[in-house]
Design a binder for this molecule. Structure first.
Ligand SMILES: Nc1nc2c(ncn2[C@@H]2O[C@H](COP(=O)(O)O[C@H]3[C@@H](O)[C@H](n4cnc5c(=O)[nH]c(N)nc54)O[C@@H]3COP(=O)(O)O)[C@@H](O)[C@H]2O)c(=O)[nH]1
Length: 518
């Protein structure tokens, strides 16, 4: 996979990861909101159960305690009084010989009605009499008073009275959950009392989706429990706006994360960042390219050329040199080079005294005066080599300050070489004033020899200047015997180029030197 593809993949994966994590976090909070709402509904329904049981007690105990044996006016009056404040009870009936003989709604019945078998009998622990509570769920009851109205009720009988308890009182209250069921459990049996029949069994037997269900039982009235369910789909339908906004925000967060990561990877891999870090992390190393005497064929020196390699790969001088300049790192870069190069070359025993080591100096360091610090470097001053400072012809060098620095350098034993002669800024007047020793013909002149171009035709004129000012001359970029022959006949002293050897690391340069006659 290519690097830019890796980079895009990391950015996309980060975006997707942030989106997934964001969505999970959203789901988690939504789940907790849903669970809290369901718990609230369950608690509210349990409160209804407790209130209904309490109401049943408050009506049936006192009525039974009155010990009426007939459906008298007094009995009916007491029954209607009891009904007056009731919230859940909609009708009260009186039984004689196990037959319903009168109700609060219809008064004395013309035809008594036989009581029906209850769904379950709850032992009444609160009474010592035979006052067990018989409970029956009636899904479609038409009570005598309102024949046209079908009600879902629970019929509770205790002693001589029964109560019709309307479950609509619970439905009408503020319950958000669409599905709930009240049951009464005794032993392994469970009886439906209100709500969606079968929901409790469904919740108990199936694996449920997280957060959307709750089961709760009454602490006060043993056996009464409620099951509640709000499916996620309905929760989302009720919170559509919130959901859409959250998803959009999560998407945006995912996309921004991807962009930030992309930007950071790009920034980390930028040439600027790599070069700055490379200086402290040792990503720079130096190579040596031999310089040959064109008349004897012997190696007389080398040029030191920087190279860069880090975990992202190599960078070439035309990439890193401008960055070093832009970041004002020229002097620390040169210092690092001088320290490393002198150490490496000094250890090469085959290099004789007077071997010429050419190092490149940034023109701005001449103007700033940094170059003068080289005269205080014992390793340089005491070196057995001739240190030749190659400086590109530049307007920086055309100042009296620069000239003074050059003088100091020459007085301390350095050679000065005017690099890339013939390119960029040229002021021939300086050739005399700059106290330089050497002039280096740019490789574009050498490359021009094959085509006998304009630049190649200027080489004899350059050599006239060289002789006039008593310089030595190096031609760089020699690749062919033809170029070598032409330069030699023009009187060029030294040559550098791939014909003699490419820039090489110190180990290879050591082997190269061992094979040469110096
Ligand atoms: N201040 C510093 N400048 C430096 C340093 N190291 C390099 N540089 C400058 O970067 C420029 C490019 O250098 P580089 O890519 O290393 O190119 C040099 C040689 O590799 C190249 N060369 C040599 N022989 C041949 C050849 O036969 N053919 C061919 N096509 N190219 C060849 O020429 C460059 C020589 O550079 P120079 O003599 O300095 O002009 C370059 O300007 C370097 O100066 C550093 O440590 N400090």
């Amino acid at each position: 996979m290519k690097k830019y593809q890796q980079k895009s993949l990391i950015a996309v994966l980060t975006g997707v990861l942030v989106f997934v994590v964001g969505s999970l976090v959203l789901l988690y909070f939504a789940g907790h909101k849903l669970a809290a709402a369901i718990q609230k509904d369950a608690k509210q329904i349990v409160n209804h159960i407790d209130a209904a049981v309490s109401e049943r007690r408050q009506i049936l105990f006192p009525l039974n305690a009155l010990n009426f044996s007939e459906c008298s006016d007094e009995n009916l009056l007491e029954m209607r009084r009891a009904l007056f404040d009731a919230k859940y009870v909609v009708d009260i009936g009186f039984f004689k010989n196990n037959q319903l003989v009168c109700t609060t709604g219809s008064g004395v019945l013309k035809t008594p009605i036989n009581d029906r078998t209850p769904d379950y009998i709850r032992n009444n622990l609160e009474s010592k009499n035979d006052n067990n509570i018989r409970v029956r769920f009636e899904p479609k009851l038409k009570i005598l008073l309102f024949e046209e109205r079908i009600m879902q009720v629970v019929i509770v009988r205790q002693g001589n009275y029964n109560l019709i308890m309307d479950t609509a009182a619970i439905s009408r209250s503020n319950i958000a959950a669409p599905y709930w069921e009240i049951t009464y459990k005794t032993g392994s049996d469970s009886f439906h009392l209100a709500g969606k029949s079968g929901l409790s069994k469904e919740l108990a037997s199936h694996k449920q989706i997280p957060f959307e269900t709750a089961l709760m039982c009454s602490d006060k009235n043993t056996g009464y429990c409620v099951a509640v369910r709000t499916p996620w789909s309905e929760f989302f339908a009720d919170n559509q706006f919130l959901l859409i906004i959250s998803l959009i925000l999560t998407c945006l967060t995912g996309v921004s994360s991807a962009l930030i990561v992309d930007y950071q990877i790009a920034a980390r891999r930028s040439t600027n960042n790599r070069v700055r870090k490379g200086l402290t992390k040792g990503s720079f190393y130096w190579t040596y390219q031999p310089i040959i005497c064109l008349h004897t064929g012997k190696v007389i020196g080398c040029e030191v050329l920087a190279r860069f390699e880090d975990k992202y790969g190599p960078l070439y001088p035309d990439e890193f040199i401008p960055v070093i300049r832009k970041n004002n790192l020229t002097w620390s870069f040169t210092q690092a080079m001088v320290a490393k190069v002198l150490k490496e070359l000094t250890e090469l025993d085959d290099l004789p005294t007077g071997f010429k080591v050419s190092i490149n100096i940034f023109p701005c360091d001449v103007e700033l005066g940094n170059v003068s610090l080289l005269t205080q470097e014992p390793a340089l001053i005491n070196s057995r080599f001739i240190i030749c400072l190659e400086i590109t012809e530049d307007e920086y060098l055309d100042t009296s300050i620069a000239h003074a620095h050059f003088r100091t350098l020459v007085d301390s034993g350095f050679n000065l070489s005017l690099d890339d002669f013939g390119t960029g800024y040229s002021n021939l007047r300086n050739l005399q004033n700059l106290s330089f020793h050497q002039l280096k013909i740019d490789r574009t002149f050498v490359q021009d020899i094959a085509t006998q171009g304009l630049k190649a035709s200027m080489i004899p004129n350059i050599m006239e200047l060289v002789r006039k000012f008593n310089y030595t001359c190096v031609a760089e970029g020699i690749e062919t015997t033809e170029q070598e022959a032409m330069l030699k006949s023009a009187g060029v002293h030294y040559g550098q180029g791939w014909k003699y050897g490419r820039p090489m690391k110190v180990d290879k340069f050591k082997r190269y030197i061992a094979q040469q006659t110096l």
